[in-house]
Write a protein that binds this ligand. Structure first.
Ligand code: TMP
Length: 264
């Protein structure tokens, strides 16, 4: 008998849907195959992307958890869904760059591939209507999007995550060129607030270049019509050692009945 219950849909973004979770303080994060670029100007589908990003993000968040980085990830529920902690999202996209690419290259006219003398952290205000404008720490604290001590914690976590992930990806022959993180607030029973890593880490929001060939292994293949998009995501999963056969039927969004079982 199919015991799947339809969960309440709380939010639908470009690549993910959030449903209410089985317990208070939890959510179910569903990964879609939909892809957008240029703030929604370009739309498409990358077959199997949701399944791969669910696995890749699970793997990377678990690894980060093991080195003491607090994350929203609790467990994977099925091929496209994971159980996460509900957080109050801080409306800032944190971009960490190691090598010049993308908007930094365009904005400052510096050749893509230029290695930065040190990692650069940038902030963007999450506001689709405005195209997520770049902001400084002054804007963030002046407008109350985050307190100075929260921003300090975010910076420190972002650099730690960058150091760890740069090494992890280098170990599988990939350069972590740049990536985007999002953070949120949670409160414990005593009312103490903590900043934790939220959203996802996947080839949707990382630039990954092959160490030997500089071939792009991320969403830039979709953004720039380079072809072999699905293959690039699969290759990243394969190198991480998490690519398996996915023979089971697809999951209906928000239909998971998980209340504590093992990830499938
Ligand atoms: P950018 O070069 O276009 O500013 O992107 C920097 C990094 O941030 C790149 O790895 C892609 C990621 N990113 C997102 O995940 N979401 C976004 O909306 C943008 C603009 C960038």
């Amino acid at each position: 008998m199919n015991l799947r219950l339809k969960r309440r849909r709380l939010y639908e973004g470009k690549a993910k849907v959030l449903f209410e979770g089985p317990e208070p303080g939890t959510l179910v994060q569903y990964f879609k195959d939909d892809a957008t670029a240029g703030n929604g100007a370009k739309k498409g589908t990358i077959t199997g992307k949701g399944v791969l990003n669910n696995r890749i993000s699970e793997y990377l968040m678990t690894k980060l958890g093991e080195i003491g980085v607090p994350t929203h990830f609790m467990r994977r529920l099925n091929m496209r869904e994971q159980l996460i902690r509900k957080v109050e999202i801080i409306p800032i996209e944190v971009v960490i760059r190691n090598i010049v690419a993308g908007s930094l290259s365009k904005r400052l006219g510096i050749a893509e591939g230029t290695v930065l003398p040190r990692s650069i952290v940038e902030f963007y205000y999450k506001k689709d209507e405005l195209g997520d404008p770049m902001v400084s720490d002054e804007h963030i604290t002046a407008f109350g999007w985050a307190h100075p001590h929260e921003l300090e914690e975010i910076m420190s976590l972002a650099l730690r995550i960058n150091d760890y992930l740069s090494g992890l990806f280098l170990g599988i022959g990939l350069k972590l060129v740049d990536f985007k993180l999002e953070f949120g607030r949670i409160w414990d029973e005593e009312g103490n607030m903590r900043i934790i890593l939220a959203d996802e880490i996947s080839p949707d929001n990382c630039r990954l270049w092959d160490v030997r060939t500089n071939e792009k292994m991320d969403k830039d293949r979709f953004r720039r019509d380079l072809g072999k998009v699905e293959e690039a995501y699969q290759e990243v999963a394969k190198r991480l050692g998490i690519l398996q056969e996915f023979p089971t039927p697809d999951i209906v969004p928000g239909s998971s009945s998980d209340t504590g079982g093992k990830a499938s």
